[in-house]
Design a protein around this ligand. Structure first.
Ligand code: PEP
Ligand code: MG
Length: 324
């Protein structure tokens, strides 16, 4: 089976009835890039830039950051590379920037933190933009956005950095700007948010945690955490539907994208891109090349009629099993 999967490396993820889904990779360290090339990823769908921050002893400066980002952009030259801005707080601590809070998951995380520290945000944006000169494959992704104001402010800073760099003589192309949909409030305002960005990426890990009110890292409640919960699926459907016809690309970069059952449902919804760890790409490509879009749509409709995650799993397990 492994040989069969590796034979798919250079084939597109196209369903038997001709629907093409982009398969991208999630990375955190530059060392994740080699396996991404090996599996034939069509782009980087999520670069978690907090990882290079976490392995350092202090905030990396603009030049150091630009070097790291350049390597990713250059390795995937001609393909889209999505760099997510710093997403610390919650379950992602920074030793040199301790945060003490009673409720870290509802606290100072992601975009909230950097908007309160524009110097951190601007340094990172400048580094990303500089790194993209001459490559023009940069997408900037904003994590944990929960309001139109946050998104608007972040965009103002990005444009400020862009203007400043151009005034300094750097030939920086305008990047694509995207937003993570992982806070429930963003789902309910999706019709407005879609019009403010170039692309969207659904973070099903946090979205599940916040919709179900279940800490994704707490073992006591872990059995209750399930991204295939009907409530979570309804939220994802709402987001994907709002993107369709808008001309905006919509991706899923949470774990659900790399789960065969999740991927089937996302295919049924009409997702454009699935982004996952490199190790999951061959399996998901096999699923895409085996399952027709029409069948996936029917399975999705059936799933949306289910009341419980267990029923959805049972049904999808059977559908995947039948196909090998
Ligand atoms: C997510 O929340 O689904 C996501 C992709 O981001 P992270 O796992 O880094 O929080
Ligand atoms: Mg997240």
């Amino acid at each position: 089976l492994t040989a069969e999967l590796s034979g798919l490396r250079d084939l597109p993820a196209t369903t038997p009835d001709g629907v093409r889904v982009g398969l991208h990779v999630n990375i955190g360290l530059l060392s994740d890039m080699a396996p991404s090339m090996t599996v034939g990823a069509e782009g980087i769908g999520l670069y978690r830039t907090e990882v290079p921050f976490q392995i350092r002893k202090q905030f990396p400066g603009e030049v150091e950051q630009a070097g790291i980002y350049r390597e990713a952009l250059e390795t995937f030259k001609g393909k889209p590379v999505v760099l997510r801005t710093l997403d610390v707080g919650g379950d992602k601590p920074l030793s040199y920037f301790p945060i003490k809070e009673d409720n870290p998951f509802l606290g100072w995380r992601g975009i909230r933190l950097v908007l309160d520290h524009p110097e951190i945000f601007l340094t990172q944006i400048r580094a990303m933009l500089r790194a993209s000169v001459g490559l023009d494959n940069l997408g900037i992704l904003l994590p944990m956005v929960g309001s139109v104001d946050e998104l608007e402010t972040a965009k103002v800073y990005i444009h400020q950095a862009l203007t400043e760099l151009r005034e300094e003589g750097e030939a920086v192309a305008t990047p694509r700007i995207g937003v993570m949909i992982e806070v429930p409030s963003a789902v309910y305002q999706i019709d407005i948010i879609v019009g403010m960005v170039d692309f969207l990426s659904i973070g099903t890990n946090d979205l599940t945690q916040y919709i179900l009110a279940i800490d994704r890292n707490n073992e006591r409640v872990a059995p209750r955490y399930d991204a295939l919960h009907p409530a979570v699926l309804r939220a994802i459907v709402q987001v994907v539907s709002a993107c369709q016809g808008s001309g905006r690309e919509v991706a899923v970069c949470g774990e659900l994208a790399g789960d065969p059952m999740g991927a089937v449902l996302l295919l049924g919804m009409g997702i454009d891109v699935l982004s996952m760890s490199a190790g999951s790409v061959p399996r998901i490509k096999w699923v895409m090349r085996t399952m027709s879009h029409a069948d996936a749509r029917n399975l999705l409709a059936e799933a949306l009629n289910c009341h419980r995650p267990s029923e959805i799993r049972q049904m999808l397990y059977q559908a995947l099993h039948e196909r090998g």
